[in-house]
Write a protein that binds this ligand. Structure first.
Ligand SMILES: Nc1ncnc2c1ncn2[C@@H]1O[C@H](COP(=O)(O)OP(=O)(O)O)[C@@H](O)[C@H]1O
Ligand SMILES: [Mg+2]
Length: 417
């Protein structure tokens, strides 16, 4: 494939192209591109690339490999512009650097190039870099919050809402729902800035958010939880992880901690900080009721409780209601989500759901279907359904819940202005 053909929008779908002064100087790159992509790539000179990025169609490319050597260091400003244009079009950038100075390289990476490989290319290096491009990006969240989330956002910023998810019978899907609701909210806008979403795992002992998103647990989480009185913005942000540039996550700590390791006042401080920096704060709660459950309930906009259509859930709802009423806590914030709900056609199941709701004097408005094996697989692979199983029926229902929450929130913020 030649650059002319590329500029004429040849219908053959191009996945990538190289950009260099003369690609013949990088013959190992040509070989590796062929191995990885067959014919589905093109090569562009720097000037061609500039033209090319002016066309809207260039957004169809997945990545460009910009190859440069010492001689090109005089062209750094132009190469920087190319990287910026690529980023604007949502195209990822791999730098191939042949004896380029660390300073120059640093500068280019700062502009948002995803990766760099030294030239001559080590065995498999291009292959691995391409694989890394496909994997979700997981980085400590500090930069992400500062750069990607100018405050206050149009969603109101400094006064986010808290949405806990609490599985009162254990295993009813709280973590799955928390993770996927957080992801759907973080990607809800079709265009324009996304709301800022933080997912907090308060299962101090066996939190599985980090597993479901395949994020490492950070030592900084323990430090944050053990001394919330001295938590400033930097300490707070320093404990967060970021999933795929879109979702911030406070995972459970690395070690198993007793649930009373933190006290109500710690949780209050943590939620205050979270609400100051995020539009939506999703909290994955432990099944056990603890001293600070009340704190979270009081801070919550809604308190989601996934249940199943069984006696265990029914009995626990009763106990919970009695406990909350005894303490005069706001039971009305509870929103029961029937997980693994029987399919709509099943009339006897419908009758059972109705009876359960009536007996317990609760409304069961939201029902999530069983999403089958793909749900467990997505959890195991550390991916939200929105990335891994977009058409899954569970995903669609969680997406609807996210959309209605967001619509409600947007409306309220607009009304308040
Ligand atoms: N609606 C559903 N369809 C299919 N699998 C589900 C569904 N909800 C939860 N699961 C699976 O059930 C298991 C337990 O869910 P999890 O979210 O960890 O529960 P909890 O946090 O309440 O203990 C996970 O393997 C999850 O993938
Ligand atoms: Mg859980």
């Amino acid at each position: 494939m030649t650059s002319e053909a590329l500029l004429q929008n040849d219908p053959a779908p191009l996945v990538a192209c190289t950009i260099s002064r003369d690609v013949q100087n990088f013959d190992l790159l040509i070989e590796d591109m062929e191995t990885e992509l067959g014919e589905a790539w093109g090569d562009l000179s720097f000037e061609d690339a500039r033209q090319f990025f002016r066309q809207p169609e260039s957004g169809g490319l997945k990545f460009v490999a910009i190859a440069l050597d010492q001689e090109d260091e005089s062209l750094l400003a132009m190469i920087a512009d190319l990287i910026k244009s690529a980023k604007v079009q949502g195209i990822k950038v791999i730098l191939i650097a042949d004896e380029v100075s660390p300073m120059a390289l640093h500068q280019l990476l700062q502009l948002g190039a995803e990766d760099f490989i030294p030239y001559p290319l080590p065995e498999q290096a291009l292959h691995e870099a391409i694989e890394r491009l496909n994997a979700p990006r997981k980085v400590p969240a500090v930069d992400f919050i500062d750069t990607a989330s100018p405050a206050p956002s149009k969603h109101g910023g400094a006064n986010g809402i808290v949405l806990p998810v609490h599985s009162i019978a254990g295993g009813t899907g709280a973590t799955t729902i928390a993770v996927n609701l957080a992801w759907e909210l973080a990607t809800i806008e079709k265009k324009g800035p996304q709301p800022r979403v933080l997912l907090i795992d308060l299962n101090l002992q066996f939190g599985s958010v980090s597993t479901y998103l395949d994020l490492p647990r950070r030592e900084a989480v323990y430090e944050l939880l053990s001394s919330t009185e001295s938590m400033d913005d930097d300490v707070f942000k320093g404990a967060l992880m970021n999933f795929n540039d879109k979702l911030s996550v406070l995972t459970a700590p690395t070690e198993v901690l007793p649930l009373d390791f933190i006290e109500p006042v710690d949780v209050e401080r943590l939620l205050d900080k979270a609400r100051a920096h995020f539009d939506y704060v999703i909290v994955d709660m432990p099944t056990t009721l603890v001293a600070w459950t009340e704190t979270v309930l009081n801070a919550a906009e809604f308190y989601f409780a996934p249940i199943e259509l069984d006696l265990r859930s029914a009995q626990n709802i009763l106990r919970l209601r009695n406990a909350l009423r005894a303490e005069e806590l706001p039971f009305e914030k509870m929103r029961f989500l029937l997980n693994r709900a029987p399919k709509g056609m099943d009339l006897s199941a419908k009758a059972r759901i109705k009876r359960m709701a009536e007996n317990l004097e609760i409304a069961i408005e939201v029902q999530f279907p069983d999403g089958g094996r793909p749900v467990r697989e997505a959890c195991d692979q550390g991916m939200p359904l929105g990335l891994e199983a977009t058409k899954n029926p569970l995903r669609k229902e969680i997406q609807k819940l996210a959309a209605s929450l967001h619509a409600r929130q947007t409306e309220q913020l607009e009304a308040a202005q």
